[in-house]
Design a protein around this ligand. Sequence first.
Ligand SMILES: [Zn+2]
Length: 171
Amino acid sequence: MKTFNCCPACGSSDIVFEDDKRFNCRECGFIYFHNVAAAVGAILEYDGKLVLIKRAKEPGKGKLDLPGGFVDPKESAEEALIREIKEELNINLNGPKYLGSYPNIYQYEGVIYYTCDLFFYCKIDVLPVDFSKTEIEDLVLLDPLEIPEDKIAFESVKAGLGIFKSSGFSI
Ligand SMILES: [Zn+2]
């Protein structure tokens, strides 16, 4: 965590980052917890295929991902999922089901965010066409058994898809 050089309380450069989660100022004693961030991902099934996105931005630009994003303050995971899918794909989710969670590491602008990614499954009956071009380069429809693991952007997404596959697709 070299991005942070000074204590935000006193300006001292005598700060340490401990246990992957805590900035501690040795000058004034100020502590800032860089807590794990909650994020959500949607495994969307359309006509027997899964809807993956090709990322338009770093991290993982050009790689495959699930639609979703970070949970906002004062928001539930379910609310975040519905909001993110509306923002990214312009569709309304109906009755997403929670599958499980997996840790991830997300590096953005030089800052490392440890996340806890919560995965949900939902069937959709219309294919998104009006999707966000700033977030998504393209949509990719894939048979769940033919998703190329080496093209997936994040370990947590591989794990989330693994939970779905191990369910035998009967959710
Ligand atoms: Zn300080």
